[in-house]
Ligand binder design. Structure first.
Ligand code: PGA
Length: 251
């Protein structure tokens, strides 16, 4: 059985003081989460302060992006070597990185190798655009993203994958739980063809895209949906801790 992971992607929201306040509120309201792994992804600048606040709690900390190199002439970038003092998770290949900043599968693959080397636990995001879905290309796109992102990666243990259909992100129109299950199953199959089904049966595969407290239970009722990556609904402590509470009650 795969671990259940509930993760909050704050994107480019919250100043350092706003982020501190949100973390404090989450820590006040968070239910006992023994059965669920909770991770928050604040903006880079908030990470050092957040690391101090979450120390000793059941909240884990991650970065929304990382460069593949450890250091060098990469103006404006942050490396896994720099992050590893503060956080233990990293988001890779989010569709906003792919579409707005031109990240390719090949770059995601390099970042994945770099993150693993520095001991960060990656959440690798994949997802089709609405035009892909309308043209019946979803399976193709997802299989290619997985194949290319995981090229030459030796082991899947400790890696998390998130299926995030681009058309469902920030739109209020989530995928149906059945569609999420179908694609997550396909992701598990593709990963199993690389790493073997034994290892991959324990890989958490999340769903992301307009997840709220109203639909989380439906997603988690699906066998191949092992948690959620949450944007908008994670920006307030009530919504996010309610999602955590529902996830804990179901596991
Ligand atoms: P959303 O974002 O929950 O606001 O749709 C999800 C994500 O981008 O990870």
């Amino acid at each position: 059985m795969a671990e259940i992971v509930v993760a909050a992607n704050w994107k480019m929201n919250k100043t350092v003081s706003e982020s501190d306040n949100l973390i404090k509120e989450i820590l006040e309201k968070i239910p006992p989460v023994n059965s669920v792994t909770c991770v928050v992804f604040p903006p880079f600048l908030s990470i050092p302060s957040a690391a101090g606040l979450i120390d000793g709690s059941s909240v884990n900390l991650g970065a929304q992006n990382v460069h593949s190199a450890k250091n060098g002439a990469f103006t404006g970038e942050v490396s896994a070597l720099m992050l590893q003092d503060y956080c233990s998770y990293v988001l890779l290949g989010h569709s906003e990185r792919r579409l707005l900043f031109g990240e390719t599968d090949a770059f995601v693959n390099e970042k994945l190798a770099g993150a693993i080397e520095c001991g960060l636990r990656p959440i690798v995001c994949v997802g089709e655009q609405s035009s892909d879905r309308e043209s019946g290309l979803t399976e193709n796109v997802i299989r290619n993203q997985i194949k290319n992102s995981f090229k030459d990666i030796r082991a899947i243990n400790n890696i998390i994958v998130a299926y995030e259909p681009v058309w469902a992100i920030g739109t209020g129109t989530a995928a149906s739980p059945d569609d999420a299950e179908d694609v997550n199953k396909l992701i598990r199959e593709e990963l199993a063809s690389i790493f073997g089904s034994e290892q991959v049966s324990k890989t958490p595969i999340l769903y992301g895209g307009s997840v709220t407290e109203d639909n989380i239970a439906d997603f988690l009722s699906k066998p191949n949906v092992n948690g959620a990556l949450i944007g908008g609904a994670s920006l307030n402590s009530e919504g996010f801790t309610e999602i955590l509470r529902i996830a804990c009650n179901l596991t």
